[in-house]
Design a protein around this ligand. Structure first.
Ligand code: ZN
Length: 185
């Protein structure tokens, strides 16, 4: 089932998400719905708060990205439950980011090029992986969502000011997104 994606301005996007207990009701169905919602919107990552559920869960699939090139790690499709960033690795790099909660806006964001992250998969098996390239970027972006941080929060004050009217339009729902969204009235 495709779920409506919460737009910028929704308080759920600014909240710190809670741990997911192993017995969380409907977890498998939620993960399936999040993948469907993400693919429908041509995204490479989607965090549970973006569908209005403030728990520490995000899905990613970097196989479907148009940004993939030979420098990147092989793509990975995975559900990340209760993730923890173990280490940020390497130099800070610029990378153009967008967000399904902030349609049609993309900006360069500076982040470390690699990341080590521990998490549980959808079967609650624990993993520790070290990645770089696109996947590291997606993971850092989605992990931010679980802490109530959006990529626009990383932009300089000048860039934020330049984007203000566009962002206000999204907050007010004065846009026509190409996938189902929910705006705060
Ligand atoms: Zn996002």
């Amino acid at each position: 089932m495709i779920l409506p994606i919460r737009a910028l301005g929704d308080p759920v996007l600014k909240k710190a998400a809670k741990d997911v207990p192993k017995e969380y009701d409907g977890l498998q169905e939620l993960i399936d719905n999040m993948y469907e919602t993400m693919y429908n919107a041509n995204g490479v990552g989607l965090a549970a708060p973006q569908v209005g559920i403030s728990i520490k869960l995000f899905v990613a699939d970097t196989n479907v990205s148009s940004k993939k090139d030979e420098d990147y790690e092989p793509g990975m499709k995975e559900a990340f439950i209760n993730p923890e960033i173990v280490e940020l690795i390497g130099d800070d790099v610029d990378f153009e980011e967008g967000c399904l909660s902030i349609p049609s806006i993309t900006e360069d964001v500076v982040r470390p090029e690699g990341v080590a992250i521990s998490y549980f998969d959808r079967k609650f098996k624990k993993h520790l992986i070290e990645v770089d390239g696109l996947l590291a970027r997606v993971i850092q972006h989605e992990f931010d969502h679980l802490e109530g941080v959006l990529f626009t929060d990383h932009l300089s004050p000048i860039k934020k000011r330049l984007l203000k009217s566009k962002l206000d339009k999204i907050r007010k729902g004065k846009i026509d997104p190409p996938y189902p969204m929910r705006f705060v009235k």
